[in-house]
Design a protein around this ligand. Structure first.
Ligand SMILES: [Zn+2]
Length: 150
């Protein structure tokens, strides 16, 4: 049988209790080693788990996802100066995924002034034949050109 065990959290120094029920689960369900015991309070365990998961993910992955979501959201409306500046920055991003979506934004904005650079990216041999950036530029160019002629 198990008894509630008070302990001091290794990370924050808080007093915590490892309950009999938690111990039963730990040893009988998880089948953890008999010498192992709780050393961190619940908030610290959660914080540690979150931090470990974040460090396992690719560095910058969340930031990248946020940027792509933002770019998708702005493409529906005509841009203001601030939005334009951020899209310009995204166009120079070192991540192809971000550049590609930024180019798609230009495609949806359909500004005649963007046509020359879309054309340039679409034909940029240095990007390689299967580049997502190149393909996005070609598609944006096609969309923008159609708009102009109709
Ligand atoms: Zn703690």
């Amino acid at each position: 049988f198990y008894l509630d065990r008070p302990f001091t959290c290794r990370d924050c120094g808080a007093q915590a209790v490892w309950t009999a029920k938690q111990q039963k689960w730990w040893y009988e369900v998880v089948r953890a080693h008999i010498d192992s015991r709780a050393v961190r309070c619940l908030p610290c365990r959660r914080a540690r788990r979150t931090a470990l998961a974040a460090s396992r993910a690719a560095p910058g992955a969340n930031r990248l996802g946020d940027e792509v979501a933002w770019l998708r959201a702005v493409s529906a409306a005509p841009p203001d100066a601030q939005t334009e500046a951020r899209v310009e920055a995204a166009l120079r991003s070192k991540w192809d995924g971000v550049r590609k979506v930024a180019i798609e934004v230009l495609g949806r904005w359909r500004r005649p002034a963007d046509l020359p650079r879309l054309r340039e990216w679409a034909h940029d041999e240095s990007l390689g034949r299967w580049s997502a950036v190149r393909r996005a530029a070609a598609e944006a160019l096609a969309a923008a050109s159609n708009e102009k002629t109709t």
